[in-house]
Design a protein around this ligand. Sequence first.
Ligand code: HEM
Ligand code: HEM
Length: 193
Amino acid sequence: MSPFNKVPTPMLVPTRITVSYTRTAKVLHWLVALFILTNFVIGLCMEHFPGYTHTSPEWNGILFWHGSIGALVLWLAVARIIWRKSHRPPPLPASIPRWQVRMAHGVHGLLYLAMLVLPLSGYAHRVAGKHAVNFFGLWNWPNLFAPNESLRVLFGTVHVSLAFGLAGLLVLHFGAVLKHLVINRDGVVRRMF
Ligand code: HEM
Ligand code: HEM
C-alpha cells in the first residue's frame, strides 16, 4: 500500500457544519410538523368513520379537533415566518450544489405557503357552508363572509388538493433529509435537532 493512500484528498473530505437553528426555530418547526401530520391523519380518517355524514354531530365533533389543530398550525406558521424573517438561518455547507440550494429554498417557500393557505381554505370551506369554526371550545372564529354553495365546493376542492400537494412537498422534504443523513453526512440534518 502506497503511503500516499493515507493522505486524505481534500475533495473527498465532506464539508461539515456545526451551527444550528435557534431553539425557538426548532420548537416551532417540530410543533408545526407534529400538528400538520396529526391533522393529515385526522383528515384522511374522518371520512371513513362509520355513520359519519357531513351533517352528523360526530362529523362536527371531529371537525372541532381538525379545525382547532388547523388554526394552531396557521398561527404557529405565522410566528415561524416572523421568527425566520428576523433570524438568519445557519449557513449551508459549501459542498451543496447551487441548484440543490435553490430547490431547497423553493420547497421550503412552498411549505410555508401551504402552512398558511391550507388552514385558511379549510376555514373558508366551513364558513361558506354556514358553519361556525371553533377553537378548542374557547371561541368561534368570526364568519368573515356569507354562506355560498359554489364557494363551499370550490374551497373544499382547494383544501383537499392543497392537502395532497403538501404531502407531495413533504415527500421531497423527507427525501432531502434522508439524502443528507445517509449519503452526504454533512451535518445539515442535525441543525434542526
Ligand atoms: C394543517 C392544517 C390542515 C390539514 C393538514 C388538513 C388536511 C385535511 C385532509 C388530508 C383532509 C381529507 C381530504 C380527503 O381525502 O377528502 C381534510 C378535509 C377537510 N378539512 Fe382539513 N386540514 C387542515 C386544516 C383544516 C381547517 C382549519 C379546517 C376548518 C375547519 C378544515 C376543514 C376540513 C373539512 C371540512 C374537510 C372535509 C372536506 C370535504 O370532504 O369536502 N381543515 N383536511
Ligand atoms: C409537516 C412536516 C414538516 C414541515 C411542514 C417542515 C417544514 C420545514 C421548513 C419550511 C424548513 C425550512 C426552515 C427554514 O430555513 O426556514 C424545514 C427545515 C428542515 N426540516 Fe422540516 N418540516 C417537516 C418535517 C420534518 C421532518 C419529519 C424532518 C426530519 C426527519 C425535518 C427536518 C428538517 C431539517 C433537517 C431542516 C433544515 C434543513 C435546511 O435548513 O436546509 N422536517 N422544514
